[in-house]
Design a protein. Structure first.
Length: 80
């Protein structure tokens, strides 16, 4: 989706978990639609997964929040 281009997006899932993805894009994996990208800074404890590839099944998404940049996301998380 063009609205995710060069953004950081927080995705809520059916299980109640949240996954934050930088530069998300859609990819078909084993005939299922996933959103894949990288873990942004400040989205894991001690940034242990920063920059790692990640993905979430599109059918499991219940909500999302779009941030304009990794810096905006980090700033808002620090304030929360």
């Amino acid at each position: 989706m063009i609205i995710f281009l060069n953004k950081v997006v927080s995705f809520g899932t059916l299980s109640g978990d949240t996954l934050v993805i930088k530069n998300p894009e859609f990819n078909m994996i084993n005939n299922k639609l996933f959103i894949t990208g990288q873990i942004p800074k400040n989205s894991t404890t001690n940034n242990w997964a920063k920059g790692k590839e990640c993905g979430v099944l599109w059918d499991s998404i219940t909500e999302y929040i779009i941030f304009n940049s990794e810096e905006e996301y980090a700033l808002l998380i620090d304030k929360s």
